[in-house]
Write a protein that binds this ligand. Sequence first.
Ligand code: ATP
Length: 370
Amino acid sequence: MYNIAVLAGDGIGVEVMAAAKEALNAACRRAGGPRLAFSDYPAGALAYQQTGTALPDETIRACEQADAILLGAMGLPHIRYRDGTEISPQLDLREHLELYAGVRPIQPLKGLASRLADPRAANIDFVLVREQTEGLFFERRKTQIEDDAEARDAMVITRKGSERVFDFAFRLAQRRKARGRRGRVTCVDKANVLGSMAFFRRIFEERARHFEDITADSAYVDAMALNLVMKPWDYDVLVTENLFGDILSDLSAGLVGGMGMAPSGDIGDKHALFQPAHGSAPDIAGTGRANPTAMLLSAAMMLEWLGDRHGDAAARSAAALLHGAIGRAFAEGRALPYEFGGTSSTADITRAVIASLATDDATAAGARKG
Ligand code: ATP
């Protein structure tokens, strides 16, 4: 049994989290294990408004002790710290638990219209790895404002922080290569302008020499913004600093249909947290229109991570079942999210995915009989 700390958070975070729990339980039942024990903890903008604390100590301790963490979404535009920044305890958790690799897989699902007209868009399959403990986010909430005339946020790049995220990206590319992908890591930086980014690229090139089976190249972030629209199917694994990764991950989510389609895992050496790439979406919260797909795909990533970490075949198979069911729910036309012009509610999509888990059993049983 795995203990899962659940931080549903704000807005649609609460709605998509309910979907994730249901789908995870159903997938684990179908796979014959594992059992998941969910425990809910407060965190986020509402928690801050109600208690004065966005990330209570009890929540931090629970996250430290859990086998994995599931997070919905946090932050609301009308509840802010005094300096005007949004409440984002997920960033504090990343730093506290050293969840240095933000892993954002980008792959379109069949049955959902592509945002790009080029037919090669069907072949998009890359993973954006975002460094999450330093970079341009390092000095957030420590901004120096002098005499109301000048404000500074420094870019912080360390050798330790860079080496570990590059090694993570190379190892990910090796695992993907074993499954038939190209085996390529592209470092995204601004080495032509900033010394910190030239340092970042130099460390990338040093680490690349330890992974000779993987092709390593680099691109400037502005060129990458262009290429991710012009030829996103060209890429395998991208690795970049914190803010560039934040921006490119929203662009990448757009390539596969919208924020409701983009899962993510925040992974460190000891802990991991899984959450959709989207925010609390106050514009649609409470309407039932939230697309839970990003959350469900993140939940499948959690099962896969637990399976790999514990050598647990049942968890890996539950992950594969859930991932497959999400794909089939759309490919077989059982649901169409609002983001794609459909009318399927959060609950409709969840039901469609759970129904698709059953068809996987039928296929498997058919295969056994045949
Ligand atoms: P944050 O800064 O907290 O990451 P954000 O400013 O990027 O948040 P989101 O909350 O992700 O904003 O919302 C961006 C847009 O995408 C909004 O129009 C929102 O309605 C839409 N959106 C986000 N998530 C979903 C979802 N799960 N289903 C449908 N639409 C969504």
